[in-house]
Design a protein around this ligand. Structure first.
Ligand code: ATP
Ligand code: ZN
Length: 293
């Protein structure tokens, strides 16, 4: 592919599959404007020097490694399996799943070490080989299937599978019982190492990173506004370990103040309970769209 503009970035994402919607949502959240119809090879962003290439998720590490594209969004599971020559930049907080070893429900096997001498079906042979070697199981025969791995035991192809699961429902549906986790995965942003050495590209890659980081940070916090008696301020300050000190705004009644602060999503309810105990009222909570730290 001819590269005419040295500064323009190319980003590969999954054309159609489990990562497509969340990746598109992320790119739109970064303010990128582009057409989402995927017939074209490269879709340009109208307002940012970036072109999007839609591909099979399995091909994305290769596109990134050989410099066809500068950036890619793909599951870490795919990177672990075939991600030589790419640099992982960021975890993106979606596409969570695990690669698990599972056996038929009625199987006597309880521990992955008992699979010595057995056949295991998977789409991730390198990762799974490494896993079994790591737990000292050398003699496992891997049957590599590109899809429908979960039916292998009922077809008599294998005694176990190593397959991706998010909720476990496909396993249950196929009467499989997980016995070990090989890998926890989520979508990641990867980069071509050579692109990371080209200053004019790095400038734009940093713009991409800054925008994604602001979206990720925003998700971790809630914006909280409340009214409280001035006397409650020290307690409230102690209860809201926000980014910096909360903003305190005087109200018409000199005894009362309005307080604006941010609260971490994962400690949200505990903080709100402490605020109420401290005397805060009319507590208003909103999500934050973007947060630049
Ligand atoms: P492609 O046509 O692009 O090759 P695919 O069928 O190989 O698609 P998908 O099933 O769409 O891939 O999964 C894409 C990625 O989504 C996986 O590699 C994984 O990182 C992630 N993922 C999240 N949840 C699950 C799940 N329950 N099962 C499989 N993958 C999942
Ligand atoms: Zn695939």
């Amino acid at each position: 592919m001819e590269r005419t503009d040295g500064c323009r970035l190319r980003l590969a994402m999954q054309r159609q599959g489990r990562l497509t919607e969340a990746t598109t949502h992320l790119l739109h959240g970064m303010g990128l404007e582009f057409e989402s119809y995927r017939q074209r090879l490269l879709t340009p962003c109208r307002n940012f020097p970036l072109d999007i290439l839609y591909g099979r998720d399995d091909d994305i590490p290769e596109y990134v490694a050989d410099g066809t594209v500068d950036l890619g969004v793909v599951g870490r599971n795919v990177i672990v399996e075939r991600g030589n020559g790419v640099e992982e930049l960021l975890s993106l907080g979606f596409g969570y799943c695990s690669l698990v070893v599972a056996v038929p429900s009625e199987s006597p096997i309880q521990d992955p070490r008992e699979l010595e001498g057995h056949r295991v079906a998977t789409s991730y042979p390198r990762t799974v080989r490494g896993y079994f070697e790591g737990i000292g199981v050398e003699d496992v025969e891997l049957v590599t299937l590109s899809g429908s791995v979960e039916v292998a035991p009922s077809l008599g192809i294998a005694s176990a599978v190593a397959d991706l699961t998010a909720t476990g429902s496909t396993l249950v549906l196929n009467d499989l019982r997980p016995i070990a986790t090989v890998l926890e995965s989520e979508a990641v942003l990867i980069a071509n190492p050579a692109s990371l050495r080209q200053p004019e590209k790095v400038r734009n890659i940093n713009r991409v990173l800054m925008r994604i980081n602001s979206l990720l940070a925003a998700r971790e916090y809630k914006y909280v506004m409340m009214n409280a008696p001035r006397s409650a301020l020290p307690t409230i300050r102690g209860a809201t370990p926000g980014l910096k000190a909360p903003t305190v705004v005087p109200l018409a009644d000199p005894e009362w103040v309005a307080i604006h602060t941010v609260v971490k999503e994962n400690e949200f309810w505990e903080v709100i309970e402490r605020l109420r105990e401290a005397g805060a009222s009319e507590i208003l909570v909103t999500s934050i769209e973007k947060l630049l730290l």
